[in-house]
Design a binder for this molecule. Structure first.
Ligand code: PHE
Length: 455
């Protein structure tokens, strides 16, 4: 029985499909919503530099480790560790990943719900206003409602539930292959518009002229957390996707390509937003609402603005879909492989679980706004606990596992495709990073950022 289900295990069918799915996981609300608002809240260019360092030296090696672990074992996040170390508790790292997937989805689907709502609001003309106060008001009235945001969140869950049920090749791969190029083209158009706004240069200066006095320890923790969130690492999504990747793929090359393209999309989203922030006299520190308040103002001053605005939110929804599919696939692969549930049953139970948890995030702007965990609303707590705690922690253990536990020769064999690839030098750098730099750097940033130690 077990043998049979393993023979039938699906996978990505082509190199392009792999890149589309992995990039589809990386690119999402993280680029279009989170990157701009976290950058805005932490002072701009200097923060971006710290973020890039975290991405290249910490996030990227963890991503590669996950791909290697996934492909070597052809298993879900928990099963992968069980296969490689049956007698040690490493599988708990995968278990924490499954939990992180639920927590991230809880607030992620809230925000995608807002995006869905905005597709309709921009089509109806509700957002076509020259007054920034008015776009702020439209947003506030949406998120402080009860039935309306819950309705959109449920709709989001139904849509991704349907795609995920279709499977890895026919669902995930097919959808992401179509969405990624579309998103890119639209971002180019919006960037051109945003850059031609009067006053665009102060937005660019904010994005590209670093002021290092803005860098605090908590900003560094935020940069690290963002790097993990962006690359979808630290919670097993990349182990799961890695398990669908063919033995012939060049994994280090793929990870670098994905990280570069993802960064490009984030910067393009920043260029879409910050010139307008300054042109219309907003504060870059607006936090999570930033996207929803600024983007309409970029469009309402341009010809065919309404159509472009609809397209923009549509594509944001599409980008978020690729990311949500990878988040969902973590528990789905776990339930189907470890408990032999059908894909259908796993999907339904996961979606309902996320819906219940996620409603607390959605309602934290209205009826649950006074319920605080560690001083944060449900929404902020899920966001903070995953990006700034669970993902970096997961990253430490994944790096330690690849660096110290799995075995030098085993890691090397997987990274060189059984010796076929000539990437010895790269391998040596990688090993030093996962053995020393990644775990030590994360531990220091985490402990100081959370105020546990002071330096
Ligand atoms: N990388 C996704 C984004 O930027 C979010 C994500 C995090 C997806 C973790 C999967 C796992 O939106």
């Amino acid at each position: 029985m077990k043998q049979e289900s393993q023979n039938k295990r699906e996978g990505f069918s082509s190199s392009i499909g792999v890149i589309a799915a992995v990039l589809g996981s990386a690119v999402g609300l993280g680029n279009i919503w989170k990157f701009p608002y976290v950058t805005g809240a932490n002072g701009g260019a200097a923060f971006i530099l710290v973020y890039l360092v975290c991405l290249a030296l910490v996030g990227l090696p963890v991503m590669l480790s996950e791909h290697l672990i996934g492909r070597a074992t052809k298993s879900n996040a928990v099963g992968a560790f069980k296969k490689l170390q049956p007698r040690r508790p490493w599988f708990l790292v995968g278990g924490a990943g499954v939990i992180s997937a639920f927590l991230i989805m809880a607030f992620y689907t809230t925000v995608v719900g807002w995006v869905y709502a905005y597709i309709f609001k921009s089509a109806s003309g509700a957002l076509l206003t020259n007054k920034p106060q008015q776009t702020t008001q439209v947003f506030n009235s949406l998120i402080s409602g009860v039935a309306e945001p819950l309705f959109w969140q449920v709709l989001v869950l139904i849509v991704i539930g349907i795609i995920i049920m279709a499977g890895v090749t026919k669902g995930i791969e097919r959808v992401t292959k179509f969405l990624m190029p579309m998103l890119f083209i639209l971002l180019v158009i919006i960037d051109i518009r945003s850059l031609s706004l009067p006053g665009a240069s102060s937005g660019l200066a904010f994005l590209f002229k670093p002021d290092f006095s803005k860098i605090t320890v908590s900003a560094i923790l935020a940069a690290l957390g963002l790097a993990f969130f962006k690359l979808s690492v630290g919670m097993g999504a990349m182990i799961t996707y890695g398990s669908y990747v063919d033995k012939q793929e060049n994994l280090p090359k793929m990870a670098v390509k994905v990280a570069l393209s993802d960064t490009l999309v984030s910067l393009m989203a920043g260029i879409a937003i910050f010139p307008a922030v300054f042109a219309f006299g907003f504060e870059p520190k607006a936090g999570p609402p930033l996207l929803f308040i600024i983007i309409p103002t970029v469009f309402n001053s341009m010809p065919l603005g309404r159509i472009f605005m609809v397209l923009f939110f549509l594509l944001t929804a599409f980008a978020a879909t690729g990311a949500m599919l990878s988040l969902l696939e973590v528990p789905i692969a776990y339930f189907t492989e470890e408990y032999q549930w059908s894909r259908r049953k796993a999907t339904l139970i996961t979606i309902v679980g996320i819906g219940l948890l996620g409603s607390t995030a959605t309602l934290s702007n209205s009826v649950l706004s006074n319920v605080l965990i560690f001083g944060k609303t449900f929404f902020d707590f899920f966001d903070f606990a995953t990006s700034n705690v669970l993902l970096p922690l997961g990253g430490i253990f994944i790096a330690l596992f690849a660096g110290w536990q799995w075995g030098y020769a085993n890691v090397k064999r997987e990274m060189t495709n059984e010796g076929q690839l000539r990437n010895e030098g790269l391998f040596k750098v990688y090993i030093v990073l996962v053995r020393y730099l990644v775990p030590i750097a994360i531990a220091i940033i985490l402990l100081t950022g959370l105020n546990i130690i002071h330096i």
